[in-house]
Design a binder for this molecule. Structure first.
Ligand code: MLT
Length: 312
């Protein structure tokens, strides 16, 4: 009887608005991606989707909130690579990325860019590296806390140039980029979804993109390899999750709505303008996201352990 009950429930799903928790501040890259996808998903599901920003502790507060939420398909999480890196960065994480969630699917993969305040004298990544090595901890680099993409990129950068800078943590890179525009911080490595507009209008300065090929959206921007860091590379993937125990039929319905949303011409166009593209229909599946989370935990663990940085 219990099984018949859940199936009937799944068939009528969704009958009320759905909340997607973004584990970073409003106005930032995860928020931007989520709002674009949520609008298209809500059309397919015939229900409103509310985006709730639960920032703090590098995305782990918002993820913990969803891990503990009722597994009824009405509270979801949209999170990025931090889902995998936090597994090593946090010795005491209040949830498990592999045990406390159902996987809906991959959403997108986003390049990062090294950016600085607009009045920096440096005009290339080589010059930024030279300056950072000379000034060291006098250089303020903004990030969104331990577990954030901006934190990971900063960590890889400091390792690559063998220099410690001073991290300034925010609840998300939305507020961080505002401070970078205001000149309160010097440098940041952030996703193109949060920096492309500001780079184009000159309110921040861009030095390099962290993927092997230049971007169509910012064609003049060199890659990190061109800028003197041949080994450097990082790209940020996002996934959609439900709390573990969510009915399989509900998760399947959400994967379907995600696939429809990612094929929406407005989503594709907006993503392209922000230097990214939606995941394919094969990747916007439970299996693909689970495989990604597991492989990325294994990929980043030795790198983070070698760096010896932990949040707790
Ligand atoms: C955000 O949405 O604020 C970002 O994804 C933060 C980050 O991970 O750097």
């Amino acid at each position: 009887a219990a099984l018949a009950g859940t199936t009937a429930f799944a068939q009528s799903y969704p009958t009320q608005p759905i909340t997607i928790v973004v584990p970073f501040a409003a106005g930032g890259p995860t928020d931007t991606v989520t709002r674009l996808v949520a609008r298209a998903m809500s059309e397919d599901l015939g229900q409103n989707i509310v985006v709730e920003n639960v920032g703090g502790a590098g995305g782990t507060l918002g993820a913990a909130r969803v891990a503990q939420a009722e597994a009824n398909g009405y509270t979801l999480l949209l999170h990025h690579i931090g889902m995998a890196t936090a597994e090593t960065l946090y010795r005491e994480l209040p949830y498990s990325a592999t045990e406390d969630f159902e996987y809906v699917g991959l959403v997108t993969e986003v390049p990062m860019v090294f950016v600085g305040r607009s009045d920096l004298e440096q005009n290339s990544l080589e010059e930024v590296i030279e300056w950072a090595k000379t000034e060291g901890e006098a250089v303020l680099y903004a990030n969104a806390g331990i577990g954030a993409a901006s934190h990971l990129c900063g960590l890889l950068f400091m390792n690559a140039i063998d220099t410690q800078l001073t991290p300034i943590p925010y609840q998300g890179t939305g507020p961080a980029v505002t401070d970078l525009m205001g000149g309160q911080v010097d440098l940041m490595c952030d996703q193109t979804t949060n920096t492309t507009t500001q780079i184009r209008d000159g309110s921040i300065k861009a030095f390099a993109v962290t993927v092997p090929e230049r971007l169509d959206s910012l064609p003049d921007l060199p890659t990190t390899a061109e800028g003197g860091l041949p080994e450097f590379g990082v790209s940020i993937w996002h996934g959609l999750y439900a709390p573990s125990g969510t009915d399989e039929a509900i998760v399947a319905r959400l994967s379907e709505a995600l696939q429809v949303a990612l094929a929406d011409p407005t989503v594709i166009e907006r993503f392209a303008d922000l230097g990214t593209s939606p995941s394919s229909a094969e990747d916007a599946t439970s299996e693909a996201l689970e495989a990604k989370v597991r492989s990325e935990i294994d990929l980043w663990r030795p790198i983070i352990e070698a760096a010896g940085v932990y949040a707790n």
